[in-house]
Each structure stands twice: as structure tokens, then as C-alpha cells.
Ligand binder design. Structure first.
Ligand code: FE2
Ligand code: FE2
Length: 210
């Protein structure tokens, strides 16, 4: 999927959706812990991150009692959410420590880049496209790329954003130790005004227990 974006070849949407659907099956059977172990054996970086976000989002969706169609939209959106990072040099994506202003601006192009890559694709529904573009938006309008505020951020996006932040915090990287799940949840809980409070409360069980 990522190399197709780089080489300008068509993206095999159906097999990516099939893969996401198998993640959903694995979560339903073995739970999130089993899936975390599986993901951690995979290649590092954005690919691993997308698999992790997909697993967390599915588990969150299941715990919220979402309908099957919503779970399917959620796992597809999670699988594709960072596809725009295929356009960003690995040296920037993997840079340990602080990014400078230019690097940060480059990273922040990835939601719109992902949207542009997927928008002509008939297999990608508008809800997924919206989630890819807006997974870094915050309820208080401080996010990017469109500085949306609460009224324009869908439930799907709100669920995906929480899952994405949690995944990024607990990931293993060569330059940072794994953050304990409790500590990662505390950070999310303290993101006052940016994330939907009842959803953050509902996420507690996924973050700590599931
Ligand atoms: Fe992202
Ligand atoms: Fe992400």
C-alpha cells in the first residue's frame, strides 16, 4: 500500500480492507493483548503503527457496542489513516527527538496527502476519506489540517483520534522506551478540551484492561 503511493501505482484497497477485517477477527478471538504482541513482531514504523491503531480502534469500537457497519468503517479508516506518510522522507518520520519547524510542517501535510491519494478511489467511502483527512483535528479547533471545531468532527474521527494518540504513545521505537498503558491513558485524559470527555472515559477499559 505504501510503496504503491510512492511509485504512483493503484492502491489495492480490497486487500487492505481484507487485512483490516482479519485484524477485527483476531481481536474478537484473542483480544487486544494478543494483537499487540503480533504487531510488535512486525516491521517498525508507519506500517506497524497502522496495524496497531486498527487493532486499538476495533477494540474500542467493540467496547462501545458499535454496529458492524460502523466497525467496518472504523477499521478501514484506521488502516488508511496515515497513508499520506508514504510521501514523507523516512529520515523525518524516524527522527529521534524534537522536529524543527520545517520538519513539523512537513509531517503535518500527511492527512491532506492521504486524502489526495485516496479521494479518487471508488472503494473508499466519504466517511473513511473524512477520517483520513481529519484524524489530527481537535474539538477545540487546535488541530490540523483544517482547524475544524467540535461540530465538524464526526464520531468516527473522534474514536480514531483517541486510538491513534494511544497507539503512538505505547509504540516501541528504537529511540524511545515503551510507555506503560496507564501512563499513556493519563496523557489522553489530561488533553483537556481536545478530545470528547465521555469517549475518553469509555476508552479507559480499552487502555487499561482489555
Ligand atoms: Fe496521522
Ligand atoms: Fe497515526
Amino acid at each position: 500500500m505504501f510503496s504503491a503511493v510512492l511509485t504512483g501505482n493503484p492502491i489495492d484497497v480490497e486487500s487492505a480492507k481484507g487485512a483490516a477485517s482479519r485484524i477485527a477477527d483476531s481481536i474478537a478471538e484473542d483480544g487486544l493483548c494478543g494483537w499487540l504482541e503480533t504487531v510488535r513482531r512486525h516491521h517498525e514504523g508507519t506500517y506497524q503503527h497502522c496495524l496497531l491503531v486498527t487493532g486499538i480502534a476495533v477494540d474500542f469500537g467493540l467496547s462501545l457496542g458499535l454496529a458492524k457497519a460502523d466497525i467496518e468503517r472504523l477499521y478501514s479508516a484506521a488502516m488508511f489513516h496515515d497513508i499520506g506518510k508514504a510521501k514523507i522522507p523516512p529520515a523525518v518520520l524516524d527522527k529521534p527527538g524534537r522536529l524543527d519547524a520545517r520538519e513539523r510542517a512537513l509531517i503535518e501535510t500527511h492527512p491532506a496527502a492521504g486524502y489526495d491519494v485516496l479521494k479518487g478511489n471508488a472503494a473508499i467511502c466519504p466517511e473513511i476519506l473524512d477520517a483520513v483527512r481529519h484524524h489530527h483535528e481537535y474539538l477545540d479547533g487546535s488541530g490540523y489540517p483544517d482547524a475544524l471545531c467540535a461540530a465538524n468532527i464526526s464520531d468516527l474521527v473522534r474514536i480514531l483520534t483517541i486510538s491513534d494518540i494511544f497507539a503512538a504513545l505505547i509504540e516501541r521505537r528504537s529511540y524511545k522506551p515503551t510507555m506503560p498503558r496507564e501512563q499513556a491513558y493519563e496523557i489522553i485524559r489530561n488533553m483537556e478540551g481536545k478530545l470528547e470527555r465521555p469517549l475518553v472515559a469509555a476508552f479507559r477499559g480499552v487502555a487499561l484492561n482489555r
